[in-house]
Design a protein around this ligand. Structure first.
Ligand code: FMN
Length: 187
């Protein structure tokens, strides 16, 4: 088995490589999922930065949703890509329809970072999140418990936890079979 370490900062990539990781998944700030509480670099910056500093294979993650993103990742020095959001909006994904529709409806700047305990999560805001964010007395890290994310997402109850997605959601306009997504990407 090969071990690829996911990193959210250059020093972690250098450390993982020196400790014997077989490869590095370089996740840029566009990515869906958990994010660092620190200031982050985009995939466009972080992938070549890490590729310049490690000799092991680099996998780019974050914002890759079509052929252009895939080719860009390779041009930036990655040997492969890790994709999340584009596959949620696939026919095979067990995500409820309402989650897939939220991704299709997501436009430019349509995601935000929800602060959690010691981390952040990139999500598509719904009315509850917008209302809570406008209230200076609300601590979002108290309001949202990461443990509720799987339940909220799989039931489509985004009041429990807002729909997870990366910035690449803005590029996704159709729910397609995984094969069609990959065929378009590598064509
Ligand atoms: C809803 C959601 C949940 C995720 N959960 C995890 C997780 O539990 N562990 C992990 O390593 N990455 C997780 N990720 C990150 C993905 O593995 C991947 O790196 C990321 O989605 C890439 O960015 P993209 O969404 O722009 O394709 C998650 C991503 C999303 C969108």
């Amino acid at each position: 088995m090969k071990g690829f370490h996911v990193i959210l900062a250059l020093p972690h990539a250098i450390r993982a490589a020196s400790e014997g990781a077989d490869g590095i998944v370089v996740s840029g700030s566009e990515s869906g999922g958990l994010r660092s509480v620190g200031s982050e670099s985009s995939t466009m910056v972080r992938v070549p930065l890490v590729a310049d500093h490690v000799k092991i294979p680099v996998v780019a993650a974050g914002g890759i949703a079509d052929r252009r993103g895939y080719r860009a990742a390779l041009a930036l020095g990655a040997q492969g890509v890790q994709i999340g959001t584009r596959f949620i909006a696939s026919e095979e994904a067990p995500a409820p329809q309402v989650w897939k529709e939220a991704i299709l409806a997501c436009g430019d700047g349509g995601t935000t970072l929800v602060p959690l305990k010691n981390m952040k999560m990139r999500v598509i805001p719904n009315k509850k999140l917008v209302d809570l964010s406008a209230d200076p007395n609300v601590d979002l890290s108290e309001e949202y418990n990461l443990m509720n994310a799987p339940k909220g997402w799989m039931s489509g109850d985004f009041d429990l936890f807002p729909a997870g997605a990366g910035q690449g959601a803005a590029l996704i306009k159709e729910v397609k079979p995984v094969k069609a997504i990959i065929d378009e990407m590598v064509s």
